[in-house]
Design a protein around this ligand. Structure first.
Ligand code: G1P
Length: 301
């Protein structure tokens, strides 16, 4: 655990969920509905992320919202009407516990990002709620299926490094580097072969300018020093304040690591990625997997 980090069972207790983006890739579905509330099978995207955080030992959730995002707050709130109906008028124990479990395990607070000025800017908005301790960042449109929750894998690496920031990494085709933050990194000996020391980061580089094919995925374990670095970061790719650029600034004074996580990542903010996630999550569901597989096999288009 990092020197000076709080004494708790877990070295990382808080997770920030930026959720103020405009979701333009999913219009018109996201015109009046946050993209974080789009369902994969029957659960909104952001709930998958919150559950991953909880399974990684984090119960303090900070959601950075913006205008038009109030359904996220309602979703994680107690729904008296619904609970009353499922308890009395149309009793259904199973549905009742499902509805209750959404809000049960997490302590959720909200802050606002008034303008969508970029991911770095969104994370910066959470400074007061995070305070002076390490924290995770989860981008909920990066949906991850894995045996060990991706965040948990990062936290273990974070503890191993003695409290240095760790970013989730995956290999991408060279032609796709312009869609991601990309790092230059060298493998670290004596861990599990998946840990890298980062020597440079570039947000959304053209393939010819990419320092490698190791892309940043939307899971980070960060230290509070990142906030000052973001403050010193001007607009970057797309004219936005980029978290990747803030991390590049932090790299001047701190060691950063990347972890090639074990698991499957879906870009649920992209139409093809969203469809893949829907199909594969449905196929893995004990209640739907078999009939859905039979249905898919039967399609003649
Ligand atoms: C963000 C980050 C980028 C990262 C990506 C992962 O980009 O800025 O570094 O690789 O998430 O999904 P966005 O997809 O929000 O444009």
């Amino acid at each position: 655990m990092a020197k000076g980090a709080p004494q708790s069972k877990h070295s990382v207790r808080k997770a920030v969920f930026p959720a103020a983006g405009l979701g333009t890739r999913f219009l018109p579905a996201t015109k009046a509905q946050p993209k974080e509330m789009l369902p994969i099978v029957d659960k909104p995207l952001i709930q998958y992320g919150v559950e991953e955080a909880i399974r990684s030992g984090i119960s303090n959730i900070i959601i950075v919202t913006g205008r038009g995002k109030s359904s996220i707050e309602d979703h994680f709130d107690v729904s008296f009407e619904l609970e009353h109906m499922l308890e009395n008028k149309r009793p259904n124990r199973e549905l009742l516990s499902l509805v209750r479990s959404v809000a049960a395990d997490a302590d959720i607070s909200y802050c606002r990002q008034k303008e969508a000025l970029g991911l770095g800017h969104a994370v910066r908005r959470a400074r007061e709620l995070v305070g002076n301790e390490p924290f995770a960042v989860v981008l909920s449109d990066d949906l991850i299926h894995s045996r060990t929750p991706c965040l948990d894998q990062l936290i273990r690496a974070f503890d191993h490094t003695g409290g240095a920031p760790v970013l989730a990494l995956m290999e991408v085709p060279r032609t796709d580097t312009h869609l991601y933050g990309v790092v230059k990194a060298e493998p670290v000996e004596n861990y599990d072969g998946r840990l890298f020391r980062i020597t440079d980061l570039v947000e959304k580089p053209a393939p010819a300018k990419a320092p490698s094919n190791l892309a940043i995925v939307g899971r980070y374990v960060l230290i509070p020093e990142i906030f000052d670095s973001i403050d010193r970061t001007g607009p970057g790719a797309g004219g936005e304040i980029q978290l990747t650029d803030g991390l590049k600034h932090l790299l001047r004074t701190h060691t950063l690591y990347g972890y090639l996580f074990e698991g499957e990542r879906y870009d649920a903010g992209d139409k093809m990625g969203y469809l893949r996630a829907t199909v594969e999550f449905a196929l893995r569901r004990p209640d739907l997997g078999r009939p859905f597989r039979d249905y898919l096999k039967s399609i003649k288009l």
